[in-house]
Ligand binder design. Structure first.
Ligand SMILES: [Zn+2]
Length: 241
């Protein structure tokens, strides 16, 4: 009953819907910018986690390599000492037996040294990979900083526009404060944020869901009454001239 008193509500609802559509668009833009930033950040975090894991493995390999290097050097020194001492053995048989043993151990050391060389090459490759990964991360971080600066400015712009639009909306909604049609409109807007109020197409169908409305609905809408489409539930307005 309150809806029938005072000025018709429909024009105000249409104004509110225009503001709401802009607010929804800007909010979506803001969300998109924030989402892109978060996604980029996530990529950097993932790369960094990979980098730390690799650095850890590399450090372990280096430790192992150092230990093995010292140990094989020690063994090599010992075998050289033993070889030098061979001449002091005056028993030929003993000398030959010692020589065979020395050769055997020397061969084992040789194998360990080969493995060590392989490990050193592996470490070298890993170090290069790590440098590459670090430079990729640096590049991503630079890109991110630039994007962050740009996005922050864009978001600030959007926020100030949203503030203005929300202020206007509050003023417009104040005109219909306490009216049933505003409550209903708000409910419809939550379901159809991009077009809560749709035009009547060709004077007889809903532009939202294309349902045929019949001549009576057209008459009511022409009068400025708040009418909802029986198909989709959106409010109806006349087509703009
Ligand atoms: Zn409809």
């Amino acid at each position: 009953m309150a809806d029938t008193q005072g000025p018709p509500a429909l024009p105000t609802l249409i104004e509110i819907s225009k503001l709401d559509v802009q607010i929804a668009l800007l909010s979506a833009q803001k969300k998109k910018l924030e989402g892109e930033l978060a996604a980029r950040k996530q990529v950097i975090v993932a790369h960094d986690a990979k980098r730390s894991a690799r650095a850890k493995v590399l450090a372990e390999k280096k430790l192992l390599c150092d230990r093995e290097e010292k140990s094989t050097k020690h063994e090599r020194d010992r075998i050289n000492e033993r070889r030098a001492a061979l001449n002091t053995l005056n028993n030929y048989k003993l000398q030959q037996a010692a020589e065979r043993e020395i050769d055997f151990v020397a061969k084992q050391i040789g194998q360990r040294e080969d493995l060590l060389l392989g490990l050193m090459r592996e470490i070298e490759t890993m170090e290069k990979d790590l440098v590459d990964t670090e430079s990729v991360i640096k590049g991503l971080q630079d890109e991110f900083s630039a994007l962050e600066k740009e996005s922050t400015e864009a978001i600030q712009g959007i926020d100030s526009q949203l503030q203005t639009l929300n202020g206007e909306r509050t003023a417009q909604a104040g005109i219909l404060a306490g009216q049933k049609c505003l409550v209903e409109y708000n409910r419809i807007k939550d379901r159809f944020p991009s077009n809560p109020i749709v035009e009547v197409l060709n004077r007889d169908s809903c532009a939202g869901c294309f349902m045929k409305l019949g001549p009576q609905v057209g008459v009511l809408v022409s009068r400025g009454d708040v009418v909802k489409c029986p198909g989709c539930g959106r409010m109806l307005r006349l087509a703009a001239e």
